[in-house]
Design a protein around this ligand. Structure first.
Ligand code: ADP
Length: 402
């Protein structure tokens, strides 16, 4: 069974074709700058590459590029579209409507549409992706949606409510939903497997640290709290996003600078975080390099990030009543070992012991356990694989529906 996984953004569409017999990636790529000028990249599992500048006016035109590349004589990986058994889509916001993955039907489409106000750019783009697949593949190829928020749907009320007047929860469903759920789900389950234990018996804190970052407390396989909120702006500071703030900072700056809500939104989402503090870059590699060369603001950005990770881990440790494992994943979590070291050394008071040598070795695709045998908590570096989770859910739902 071959499954096409689609991650449609407002101006991009990433894809992977996965052979579920051995879960290998047959091809993957990205349609970038849809509706702008257009660039298309495609790589096969055997390393053949194809890349062109091509205008893609909308997601259906982008999808035609994907289809043509998959079928191409030179760099294609299938000979007939019929080989694609199903399509799985990443959907950012499932709100309180979707606590698990679903086969796409009219009701599911209406549900995703109704959640557009909570994720305007993302959910609208996902729907374009779903409709583009319908245009190109027709109704006979089943489509499945996997929600980024679903894994967090087990959070208790006391964790997801904000202390604003209750009517705003009732009127607009304002609450914490979290994000990166598919990644937190994958790495927490993988961690339990690697530890040789049932996830039901484990308390795990998962740190997804990338351009966007979130930290989640997982008790017995269920999320009890997560750092991202109504939107992916909450929690720890990120590449260009603030993370948590005193809300008065927002009203104060907006008043002083005479900024509209949407201008303020841009400032908080695109101009803050690593970029805003360092003034250099949103990319951890650039900021770390500058910090090493003595740039004070770059060093401050790094110190702030490590401090905030530590605070979340400490507070979730309290929420869970102790932890069995701490997991690092995503671009920064899998590669920037100095942050892992800094955070874990500060946890030594509670018996956490990191193996510094292994920690420095486990980067760039090397991964595994980085705690010492006598550490009170197992520390793991586990590469995330959201596409694989989407493909597995798609396969399971499609098979169950037959
Ligand atoms: P996204 O949230 O866009 O998926 P990633 O998970 O790729 O982002 O994370 C991007 C961040 O990870 C950047 O700050 C970058 O510096 C860092 N990163 C990614 N790859 C590496 C690497 N090989 N070495 C060091 N840092 C990396």
């Amino acid at each position: 069974m071959k499954i096409l996984v689609i991650n449609a953004g407002s101006s991009s569409m990433k894809y992977q074709l996965i052979d579920m017999n051995d879960e290998s990636v047959l091809a993957k790529g990205n349609c970038e700058r849809i509706g702008i000028d257009g660039h298309f990249k495609h790589t096969t599992g055997t390393g053949k590459k194809y890349e062109i500048d091509v205008t893609m006016n909308n997601h259906t035109e982008a999808f035609v590029q994907i289809k043509d590349a998959l079928l191409d004589k030179e760099h294609g990986v299938i000979t007939d579209l019929g080989e694609v058994s199903a399509i799985g889509h990443r959907v950012v916001q499932g709100g309180a409507l979707f606590s698990e993955s679903k086969i796409v039907d009219d009701e599911v489409i209406a549900g995703i549409e109704s959640l557009i106000p909570l994720a305007p750019l993302h959910n609208a783009a996902h729907l374009q992706g779903i409709r583009a697949c319908l245009d190109v593949f027709g109704k006979d190829v089943p489509q499945v949606v996997v929600f980024d928020t679903a894994f967090h749907s087990t959070m208790p009320e006391k964790a997801y409510m904000y202390a604003v007047p209750y009517e705003f929860y009732e009127k607009y469903a304002v609450r914490r939903y979290g994000a990166h759920g598919t990644s937190h789900r994958y790495v927490s389950q993988r961690c339990a497997e690697l530890m040789g234990k049932d996830i039901k018996d484990l308390k795990i804190i998962t740190c997804h640290l990338g351009n966007g970052s979130s930290i989640t407390a997982v008790d017995g396989g269920k999320v009890v709290d997560t750092s991202m909120g109504l939107t992916p702006l909450d929690g720890i500071m990120m590449g260009t996003r603030t993370g948590s703030l005193d809300p008065s900072v927002v009203t104060f700056i907006a008043e002083k600078e005479n900024l509209s809500p949407s201008e303020m939104d841009t400032l908080l989402n695109k101009k803050s975080g690593f970029l805003g503090i360092s003034g250099i870059s949103s990319d951890d590699r650039d900021v770390s390099e500058a910090a090493e060369k003595g740039n004070k603001r770059a060093k401050l950005a790094i110190d702030m990030l490590e401090y905030q990770i530590l605070k979340y881990v400490g507070s979730y440790n309290a929420v869970l009543g102790g932890m069995d494992a701490l997991v690092f994943t995503a671009g920064i979590g899998e590669n920037q070992y100095s942050h892992r070291a800094s955070v874990c050394h500060k946890l030594e008071y509670m018996g956490v012991k990191i193996d510094d040598k292994l920690n420095e070795e486990y980067i760039h695709g090397n991964w595994g356990k980085i705690s010492t045998p006598d550490s009170s908590v197992e520390i793991w570096v586990i590469p995330t694989n959201e596409e694989l989770v989407i493909a597995r859910d798609t396969k399971a739902l499609v098979e169950a529906s037959k």
